[in-house]
Write a protein that binds this ligand. Structure first.
Ligand code: BGP
Length: 482
């Protein structure tokens, strides 16, 4: 093993992550409107998940509607986060709790009061909140009435939402992420959770024909919304810190055939780097412009947008890291891995049951890659292992998850020794919640088991997994004992 000279710095932000729509439940409580995520039908076992244009009570939306009931258990859950020693908790704010239709001018006070209580609880334990403004929770009304992110009016609605939060929580929240996995919109499969590319007249996204013009229009509007939020936030509190959140799926050439290497570079540029380049450097990179030209992709850029992007850049780079993929120019080998993002199978890596290829060394590579590119402080805002945990005599022996996290944290330490400025780590997920791609609770990620199954049965009891105790010690020793 390589000897580290440098390790996790003092004040390193250890924690965990969730998203409102996956954990809260209480989907229509206290004046909340339905969100895009609430319209995803349960248990379709396919991507993209089916999304209805309105909530039809005869359909089964479980478990997204009830999540793992953080809404009613937040005190107990945050106490458990504190027991693990969390320094930071990444969460999102459920947009239609605050603006039920998204188009109102006045916020829903009851929705805000829920987050007042959550933040007060975090403060009690000295846990720093890291808040995602948009994590698939667009008010459903904005999707059906306006076409979601394709419509530029969505930017103003988003800014009204952001402004309410910035003003109310200006002394409570320092770290903000304007958009979760903003680069999902660069792929046809990843567009479904961002709304705005709904094919009206059909019942669900699975019949949707990909329309790159709309997809990139939606992405452009999100870039503009992000830049405006950054500028507005800095006016309200210059101490705010904003970050990207990129779904970073590092790609390797399947072979050293030059065609594979070239295609890998192109894939990396478009899928991983373009969104980070816009949000960190403030301009669309040259390769993106050529990609749009070559593929006849057209979307509106209004006068002033370029200036906004240039001024509204972020302070830190954050990303999710679950897997790496291989790329090959050879058509027949291209799709063998079968995981959500496609790609060719890497013969040197094992994969989870869902074919997500596990690659700890790739994390060190990725950290060096993005630090070299942007020179900004980095947070890993998602990383973790989905598995079908089982409860045995009141315990969950998730040694496979401990191994996954241990190997990834070891590579983080090596990257810090390489000189990368890594400042935080919020693995997915702080506690069990609903999986996005499967719509099921039983693809579990948490340190805390929640007694609930895919059929909705269970006591909702919270149970510390073996990984809970292990991670607690990792935090207590600032990463020196893995
Ligand atoms: C990321 C999302 C998360 C989370 C995670 C795991 O892309 O930001 O919301 O769900 O993936 O994915 P899944 O839930 O599909 O297993």
């Amino acid at each position: 093993m390589e000897q580290c000279r440098k390790s996790f710095p003092e004040g390193f932000l250890w924690g965990g992550a969730t998203a409102a729509n996956q954990v809260e439940g209480a989907w229509d409580a206290d004046g909340k409107g339905p969100s895009l995520a609430d319209a995803m039908v349960a248990g379709t076992h396919q991507l993209p998940r089916r999304i209805t244009l309105e909530i039809d009570e005869s359909r089964n939306y479980y478990p997204s509607h009830s999540g793992t009931d953080f809404y009613h258990h937040y005190k107990e859950d945050i106490a458990l986060f504190a027991e693990m020693g969390f320094k930071v908790y990444r969460m999102s704010i459920n947009w239609p709790r605050i603006f039920p239709k998204g188009t109102e001018t006045e916020p829903n006070e009851a929705g805000l009061q829920f987050y007042d209580k959550v933040f007060a609880e975090l403060k009690k334990y000295g846990i720093e909140p890291l808040v995602t403004l948009y994590h698939n929770e667009m008010p459903l009304n904005m999707v059906t009435a306006m076409g979601g992110w394709v419509d530029r009016r969505s930017i103003d609605c988003y800014l009204r939402f952001a402004e309410v939060l910035f003003r109310r929580y200006k002394d409570v929240v320092k770290y903000w992420i304007p958009f979760n996995e903003i680069n999902d919109l660069t792929t046809a499969v990843g567009n479904w959770n961002h709304g705005g590319i709904l094919n009206h007249g059909t019942e669900d996204f699975s019949h949707q024909v990909d329309d790159p013009d709309k997809r990139y229009a939606a992405l452009h509007n999100q870039f503009v919304a992000s830049a405006k939020a950054v500028l507005l936030g800095r006016q309200i509190n210059p101490e705010f810190r904003f970050g990207t959140m990129i779904c970073h799926i590092t790609v390797y050439p399947l072979t050293c055939r030059p065609e594979d290497v070239l295609l890998t570079q192109q894939e990396d540029q478009l899928r991983n780097c373009m969104s980070g380049d816009v949000q960190c450097k403030g301009v669309y990179p040259y390769y993106a412009k050529r990609y749009f030209e070559r593929n006849h992709i057209h979307f509106d850029v209004e006068p002033g947008d370029e200036e906004l992007l240039r001024r509204g850049t972020v302070d830190f780079y954050s990303f999710s890291y679950y897997m790496t993929n291989c790329v090959t120019a050879q058509k027949d080998a291209a799709q063998v891995s079968g995981n959500i993002m496609g790609g060719a199978k890497n013969p040197y890596l094992k994969a989870t049951e869902w074919n997500w290829q596990i690659d700890p060394v790739g994390l060190r590579y990725t950290l060096n890659h993005v630090y070299d590119r942007y020179g900004l402080p980095i947070m890993i805002t998602e990383n973790g292992m989905g598995a079908r945990d089982t409860l045995q005599d009141g315990r969950v022996h998730d040694d496979y998850r401990i191994q996954y996290l241990r190997e990834h944290i070891e590579q983080m330490r090596l990257a810090i020794d390489d000189g990368v400025e890594l400042i935080g780590y919020t693995p997915w997920s702080a506690m069990d919640l609903v999986s996005v791609s499967t719509g099921e609770v039983e693809k579990r990620y948490g340190f805390i088991y929640v007694d609930k199954d895919n059929a909705g049965s269970g006591t909702l009891e919270r149970i510390r997994k073996d990984s809970f105790y292990w991670y607690k010690n990792v935090i207590a020793t600032n990463g020196s004992e893995l």
